[in-house]
Design a protein around this ligand. Structure first.
Ligand SMILES: [Mn+2]
Length: 326
């Protein structure tokens, strides 16, 4: 039991038991193409660890979309370390496998401990310590329970960061209609999470041209199997005009088509690689499909990068998806 008199989750207890194993210097990171859940988790845990005297580095190997700049802590994000500390740990947030870690290899290889904190169904337990709970709606929810288990006070900024991950991963409270989702939101708002700042940053950052680009990309949409499978093509001619997170937003909206079961987006990456992104309405597990092609994710939202040219990737993946519809 913690101070509030509620039972702690087993994974949060595990975090509490292992807190002393976290070195004084710690690198916090997330997955490639970092999103609101990964960032919110890093920033909230970072502030918590600093409050107990740790030195924290926020490191990703690629820039993040500029609309996350609304968080002041975001200015501390680094893309490398000039000098590796002598003894440091890594905590990875929201990342399902080690090959998806958004860190230079040198930083991964020299860490004395790697802690993997996540909620992906496909998580490979790649850490020395794994705090993975697949029924949590966001990684920020895992972080929140861990902080409760160690009695670290959640500040207003931490609450906003945790809320960012919750809003992002639930698709603004659409995909996880569980009592826990709303209790978590309620607790965060009571702690001072700033709903409108988070909402505006995530959903009110588009410029005028964005809508014209999205309209153009949407035109390529096709369907099969009486509309149960919808396909979005972001080929070589379009890939520079739309960022990955916009494609994700677009397929979230496309997944609202009444008769749809699965939507898949093909995104040109290079002459020999194609990104895949899937959404399911719940009758099919698209985490399995993504895993088949070396990716992963959740039952209703997943992704992968397949080492095949665009047309060949498209053909291969559609052949695999066909199994669902016969
Ligand atoms: Mn997540």
């Amino acid at each position: 039991m913690n101070k509030e008199g509620t039972m702690s989750h087993a994974y949060a207890q595990k975090f509490a038991e292992n807190l002393s194993k976290i070195p004084n210097k710690v690198v916090l990171t997330s997955h490639l193409n970092p999103d609101g859940d990964g960032l919110g988790s890093m920033y909230a845990m970072g502030e918590a660890l600093e409050s107990i005297g740790k030195t924290v580095f926020y490191i990703l190997q690629e820039p993040v979309q500029p609309y996350y700049n609304f968080l002041e802590i975001h200015n501390r994000l680094q893309y490398s370390l000039d000098e590796l500390p002598e003894n440091y740990g890594i905590i990875s947030f929201d990342c399902g496998s080690i090959d998806r870690l958004s860190l230079p290899k040198e930083i991964i290889d020299n860490a004395s401990i790697l802690i993997n904190l996540d909620h992906h169904l496909s998580n490979t337990n790649f850490g020395d310590i794994n705090i993975v709970q697949i029924d949590e709606v966001s990684s920020t929810s895992v972080v929140f329970q861990c902080l409760k288990a160690v009695d670290i006070k959640v500040s207003k900024n931490m609450a906003s960061n945790l809320y960012l991950g919750l809003v992002f991963d639930t698709g603004r409270f659409s995909y996880s209609p569980l009592p826990e989702t709303f209790s978590f939101a309620s607790e965060l708002l009571a702690l001072g999470a700033d709903h409108w700042t988070v909402y505006s940053a995530l959903y009110r950052h588009n410029d005028f041209d964005h809508y014209k680009t999205v309209a153009d990309v949407t035109k390529s949409m096709t369907n099969m199997y009486d509309g149960q499978l919808v396909i979005l093509d972001v080929g070589e001619d379009k890939k520079d005009r739309i960022i990955l997170e916009e494609v994700e937003g677009l397929i979230n909206r496309i997944s609202n088509i009444a008769e749809l079961e699965i939507v898949v987006a093909f995104i040109y990456e290079s002459a020999t690689a194609t990104k895949l992104s899937f959404r399911s309405r719940g009758n099919f597990n698209v985490c399995d499909t993504a895993t088949e092609f070396g990716g992963g994710g959740h039952k209703c939202a997943s992704g992968a990068t397949i080492q095949l040219p665009y047309d060949q990737a498209r053909e291969t993946v559609l052949a695999s998806l066909a199994k669902n519809f016969i």
